[in-house]
Design a protein around this ligand. Sequence first.
Ligand SMILES: Cc1cc2nc3c(=O)[nH]c(=O)nc-3n(C[C@H](O)[C@H](O)[C@H](O)COP(=O)(O)OP(=O)(O)OC[C@H]3O[C@@H](n4cnc5c(N)ncnc54)[C@H](O)[C@@H]3O)c2cc1C
Length: 375
Amino acid sequence: MHIAIIGAGVSGLLSALELIEQGCTVTLFDQQHAGQAASWAGGGILSPMYPWRYPREVNHLAQYGKQLYQDWNKKLLPQTGIDFEIHETGMLIFDEADFEIGLNYKDQYQEPMQHCEYLSREKLKQVNPQISEQFQHAIYFPQLANVRNPRLLKSLVSYLKQHPLVEIRENTWIEKFNIQNQKIQSVQTTNGQHFSADHFVIATGAWSNCWSEQLQVSIPVEPVQGQMMLFKSPENWLPTMCMNNVMYLIPRTDGHIVCGSSMNHLGFDHRPSITVQQNIYKACVEMVPELANFPIVKQWAGLRPSSPTGIPYIGKMPELNNLWANFGHYRNGLCMGPASARLLRQLILKQETLVDAKAYSTQRLKLSEGAGVIL
Ligand SMILES: Cc1cc2nc3c(=O)[nH]c(=O)nc-3n(C[C@H](O)[C@H](O)[C@H](O)COP(=O)(O)OP(=O)(O)OC[C@H]3O[C@@H](n4cnc5c(N)ncnc54)[C@H](O)[C@@H]3O)c2cc1C
């Protein structure tokens, strides 16, 4: 079976990986280099921030993230030589209003990843001595980890490029689908080339709304900009991830610390701004004052594929027999990525699914009036 996947972010790349493992052949298309968009720009926390603020469906997929990434890292590393570092740092949350909710959440759902403990100042100091004196207590999630996502993407692209069942076509914008009898026959590039396949997957992240008009369905996904800042501290200087007021610090093993983020509706503009940079800097130094002693080595912004509830669309597109969705992961596409791709593969190949697929169905998309007539 041959599958064409449009979009080579984490959603498209992991979908390709899942499908070739089952013997399918895959062609991946991206308008730019593979693995450069939101999936590169993100922080890589392997859990929704404050999981109780998200629907259960988001947490369901996210809970597989750490284990599946560990499995993939083991498999890909010998071939690629790239370790994408699932860094098990745990996470501290300082928002007092969330303490009780967080502790109750863990009692209610018994998800091992979301196990959390209350820490007094004394304990907090032992767990992370860099935290400002201003914080007298915290809740601590010892199981939470982060993935070094730029390396994850490098590893995925390297592995897939070496694989005999995969072709990656970069710098190739897919402009339209050629549809006959409710079936996609081929995709068409801007320079008029056609590519056919048995099945087609839309994994186009923040750009997914571009298909609304042609497919006569309203796709409520739009870009939401998030800005990041990268510090360089000594190796293992900051022992845990930290979170306060939706701002976070994510330590990597070599001492880099990724800090963010912001939420701005600016269309497809992904230029960082000074005002946002100042806000992030202030929030980070408030949590860990000594960060001010270390250099800022990079700043960037990326475009999250927002969707109304944050629950991604995974499944067959309405009215079409061989077009599939894997988009709309909003703030949690890295942690939901491995399970989303597995679910998609299981649906395409008619296998038993790891979660109930209904909740992710594209039936939630509204058809335009008269849709289906010209498809
Ligand atoms: C600042 C920031 C911090 C984040 N932090 C986290 C985090 O800590 N944890 C977490 O789980 N998630 C996080 N996220 C969210 C996560 O990054 C996204 O949900 C995820 O990367 C979406 O992946 P994707 O593959 O769907 O989209 P993308 O990575 O954006 O990939 C889509 C790809 O499709 C291509 N494309 C689009 N249209 C076409 C077309 N017509 N033809 C060809 N190619 C096309 C694009 O070029 C792009 O490469 C963060 C995001 C941002 C911006």
